[in-house]
Design a protein around this ligand. Structure first.
Ligand code: ATP
Ligand code: LTN
Length: 332
């Protein structure tokens, strides 16, 4: 009998992966594959809620698979797949649409943000995004969903949908917990530390594939705070810029906030900013190099995602059959 707990997470291939994606959720995934049954996927179906260039989407999806592996996800030890290769996500998504209320979707922060940003394309997919995400999750019956802080609300609505469904039909879905790391779950933009680091603000964002000199330039220009004390200290309310850099340095080096404060005691920001840059460059270097090597071997990557779709499809179909039976669909 399989006693291992299950984990599942995904990232949209809507742009290049960045330091926020890495330090928030992604860097924790490899440590999980040893003790959990893990499913990691490219959320390409979520990506088309915002218009995409087809060739770019294909390229980014493949690059993201290579990056998952380069970050330490061994495809022999976990299931790596592409969301659109497993049709059961969309099938369960439709069912769950019928168990999700218009009002609760209207309150989702990401929907409000994205409809403000893409006012010319407020499509129904953007609105029902959390339901497809709930389907992605519930179909694998995971115990935990490792994500960054901004996804907490989506995992919460997924739990509400699962509980509502279970309340009607009995224990169909396992109700999962979000798994959010203490350090790194909300990395801020380097040039606007009140906003999260995001690919939509590229100047304040460090991408995993970026050249070391560009990374260093972004860190040297990072916005620090205009307080008079000028010392390296973690105090997110008073010193959001410096605290963000402390957090990045802590996540990249494994040092505690106290150790970092002691290391830069009396040194001002001039030494600190390039030190953070260097720590990030060294963290990302092996990932970038391995991604480049993997991208040169397309046949290997195809093998990974085909095998992943096979394994994921098997697990997903099992839950879908159970759901169809419970709601009264006539079996084929
Ligand atoms: P967008 O630019 O559309 O907001 P994004 O760059 O935030 O996208 P997502 O695909 O939404 O990327 O996020 C992928 C994962 O990375 C999620 O688990 C999310 O919580 C996490 N994440 C994204 N940005 C950050 C950040 N700045 N700090 C920590 N985690 C983050
Ligand atoms: N909404 C997530 C991506 C995502 C996801 C999921 C994460 C889609 N489905 C299921 C965890 C579990 C985001 O990062 N923007």
């Amino acid at each position: 009998m399989n006693e291992k707990k299950t984990m599942l997470s995904g990232i949209q291939p809507s742009g290049d992966l960045h330091l926020g994606n890495y330090l928030g959720p992604l860097r924790h995934w490899p440590e999980m594959i040893e003790s959990y049954d893990c499913f990691f996927f490219m959320a390409d179906m979520h990506t088309i809620t915002v218009r995409q260039d087809p060739a770019q989407l294909r390229k980014r999806t493949l690059t993201q698979i290579a990056q998952y592996i380069a970050c330490g996800l061994d495809p022999e030890k976990c299931t790596i797949f592409v969301q659109s290769h497993v049709p059961a996500h969309a099938q369960l998504g439709w069912v769950l649409d019928c168990y999700t209320m218009f009002g609760e979707l209207s309150r989702m922060t990401q929907f409000k943000d994205k409809s403000a940003k893409h006012a010319e394309n407020i499509n129904a997919g953007l609105f029902t995004y959390p339901v497809l995400m709930a389907a992605d999750i519930l179909i694998y019956q995971p115990d935990y969903v490792p994500v960054g802080e901004d996804q907490r609300q989506h995992v919460e609505i997924c739990r509400d949908i699962a509980e509502r469904f279970n309340g009607i039909y009995g224990d169909v879905f396992r109700v999962p917990e979000p798994y959010i790391a203490k350090v790194g779950a909300r990395i801020k933009s380097l040039n606007a530390p009140d906003a999260k680091m995001s690919k939509s603000m590229p100047e304040g964002c460090v991408f995993l594939m970026e050249k070391p000199e560009d990374i260093m330039r972004k860190f040297k220009r990072a916005v620090t705070d205009s307080d008079t004390e000028r010392c390296v200290r973690y105090a997110p309310e008073e010193k959001p810029g410096v605290s963000n850099l402390v957090q990045i340095y802590a996540a990249a080096t494994g040092k505690s906030f106290e150790e970092i404060e002691a290391e830069f005691d009396g040194q001002g920001y001039g030494k600190f900013k390039p030190a953070v840059g260097e720590a990030v460059v060294e963290t990302l270097r092996p990932i970038r190099e391995k991604t480049e090597r993997l991208l040169a071997d397309k046949a290997y990557l195809e093998g990974v995602y085909r095998a992943g779709a096979e394994k994921a499809g098997y697990a997903a179909e099992k839950t879908l059959r159970k759901v169809y039976k419970k709601i009264g669909f006539l079996p084929r």
